[in-house]
Design a protein. Structure first.
Length: 354
């Protein structure tokens, strides 16, 4: 692996007490090119500019996928990644659907580990802060014929971040626009999935919401995701979340939270949830809590669900189940409780006095 270190760190320019999500990039990045049917030697270099022309294939045909993951500074100073192999596997799953080459595990993991070792000082120490990690893969041939690219580029950049949402969120049940269709690419983290969501989300924001709850593409009858998050509902004493389909992203945070709920002995069902059911539960008080779950948002309580012009208030208790789940997850990530599921992968150990 080639390594070129920056001649001047930018870390002194960053206010770690005020970290807008994804705005501040760390000093270095990993870059690896796929050419002539093979991956080339990966390199770590100073964060910088792209090296392509306006004929870049990804710009014209959307062959691009990414991941979102995080590294944490544990209470003892150790820097640790949360379930990195799950994100690695999902990026390759997205790549396969988009006709992009599979990234070797040694390039992904060895490169990421070395990158975090080099930029260890960029991992925040404050509560609810972390180093966001963005691996991404894109078509990097330079031609505009409508076929898959010949060349590809894999990169990892990182960014110190605070909470994605500063408080609870208000969501609107979407009844017109669609995030994904059956047989499509909704289960991938294709870049276009997110670009296509910006317009409906902007319309919801104009109406006073933060995000939308996506519904199925055929009838807008069934609940699917909440914005860029998976959705969890507490109806009565039972947690309910929509089952995974080829329209829903298999969230790593979702999978982890389902495991934690089961370990607590709480009832949980993965099953279809209709719009009528959620509206009825919200209007009668049977919907005790609702929250979105994802890498960026972690656990975000939902305090309002809007449907056809009516807003339904949802409890957001500070001592409720959602915040208990968030605490359980954070305690594992920060090394406060045993990591019995072996989710954390330590990268940098704390320096101890001789």
């Amino acid at each position: 692996m080639k390594i070129e270190l920056t001649s001047k760190s930018r870390i002194s320019e960053v206010d770690f007490s005020n970290l807008p999500f994804g705005r501040n990039m760390s000093d270095h990045m990993l870059v690896c090119h796929f050419k002539n049917g093979a991956w080339q030697e990966p390199e770590i270099r100073p964060y910088g500019q792209l090296e392509f022309s306006y004929g870049l294939h990804a710009l014209h045909y959307g062959q691009s996928a990414f991941e979102g993951m995080k590294a944490y500074r544990k209470d003892d100073g150790t820097i640790s990644m949360f379930r990195p192999l799950d994100n690695f596997a999902r990026l390759n799953k997205s790549g396969a659907r988009l006709m992009m080459p599979q990234i070797p595990e040694e390039i992904f993991m060895n490169g990421l580990t070395k990158l975090l070792e080099i930029d260890a000082n960029w991992v925040p120490t404050a509560e609810d802060h972390s180093l966001y990690i963005r691996p991404f893969l894109f078509a990097s041939s330079e031609f505009i014929a409508a076929r898959q690219s010949d060349d590809y580029t894999f990169c990892i950049i990182t960014s110190p971040v605070g909470p994605y949402y500063s408080g609870s969120v208000k969501v609107k049940i979407e009844q017109e626009f669609t995030r994904a269709t059956g047989g499509g690419i909704g289960y991938t983290k294709a870049a276009g999935n997110y670009g296509g969501a910006f317009y409906p989300t902007s319309q919801a924001i104009k109406e006073g919401y933060n995000q939308v709850i996506w519904t199925d593409h055929k009838e807008h009858k069934y609940i699917e995701e909440s914005g860029t998050m998976n959705l969890m509902l507490l109806i009565g004493d039972t947690f309910v979340t929509p089952p995974l389909t080829d329209r829903i992203l298999a969230g790593v945070t979702r999978r982890s939270i389902i495991t934690l709920i089961k370990e607590q002995g709480w009832a949980i069902e993965e099953r279809p949830v209709t719009v009528d059911e959620i509206v009825d539960a919200a209007s009668t008080g049977a919907l005790k809590e609702a929250f979105g779950m994802g890498t960026a948002a972690v656990v975000s309580q939902i305090d309002t669900i809007g449907h056809k012009g009516t807003n339904y208030s949802i409890p957001t208790p500070a001592d409720g189940k959602a915040m208990e789940i968030k605490r359980l997850l954070n305690d594992i990530r920060l090394g406060r409780t045993p990591d019995t599921n072996q989710w954390m992968v330590d990268v940098v150990q704390p320096v101890t006095a001789e």
